[in-house]
Write a protein that binds this ligand. Sequence first.
Ligand SMILES: Cc1cc2nc3c(=O)[nH]c(=O)nc-3n(C[C@H](O)[C@H](O)[C@H](O)COP(=O)(O)O)c2cc1C
Length: 157
Amino acid sequence: MEKIYRAIYPMRILLITSRSGEADNIMAAAWCFPLSRDPALFGVSLTDSRHSYSLIKEGGCFGINLVAPDMENAALLCGTKSGRDVDKFAESGLTKEEGDEIDCALVGESPVSIECRLADIVKTGDHYLMVGEAVNVKKRRESKGLYQKEGRDWIEV
Ligand SMILES: Cc1cc2nc3c(=O)[nH]c(=O)nc-3n(C[C@H](O)[C@H](O)[C@H](O)COP(=O)(O)O)c2cc1C
């Protein structure tokens, strides 16, 4: 089956942070976008095979963390290994920073982090749209972003 979704690529690469109990996790996501201005809603589309899916569902919140070009190796790790098997904060060297408004870790190196409270989960075909209400935004630095063209072909814009 042709990957029709590729027609709208490149898509921005983001790091989604999640927490349930003692477990903190980070995954890379390119299917993440604004859904509503007021209330400020964002959607991230995940398959339920992702460890992040369970953590977001259990923890009730998630962080959306922008990826700067100097975070490429960490983003690759977060997009290819599962938090079921490895502690991706430890392995990537990314800094764990606490959210101000949510009980969830954020990525300290990210130019911008958005703190979201889980508002809804909508089954969309073979994915689940995790709808989050943005309750805080942390802006740390100006930076270009990383965009996925195809597989490992990433560009900075
Ligand atoms: C650039 C990139 C973008 C990705 N985008 C998504 C996405 O939007 N949704 C998704 O479910 N998986 C996406 N993935 C795959 C997950 O990041 C990957 O399966 C990850 O290992 C899941 O981690 P977890 O099991 O710890 O949640 C992407 C991977 C990469 C490298």
